[in-house]
Design a protein. Sequence first.
Length: 123
Amino acid sequence: MSNLPLFTDRRYEYGREKEYQIPRQDGTVEAVQIEKLGIVEEGSRIQAATLNPIVEHVNDDSIHITRAEFDAAISSLRNEVQLIKSTFPDSFMYNLFSKVFTTLDGIVLIRGYYNEAQSRLEV
């Protein structure tokens, strides 16, 4: 996996943060100070200190699996779901068993759930 580069803050010479150069058609350059207008609410500046922890998290191979591992896990899950679905041809819609369990007397339930309202065992 290729690592993303870290961000670096743009730095200005103190006191010259608002200075810009405007090149003129005659080849001269004019230095001007620009004040931003129309700002209704100051927001947070996006800085390297804010972004770099995100980049470091993305680059940390010890907490992420590879795409191949992800694809293999998804394939395995698909196979397991398909196997479960194939054992229940009615798509879980109907109780295929004719035995009615009014009580669990004499039965040790290891897995599943006893649905008392419908007098049946459920998995």
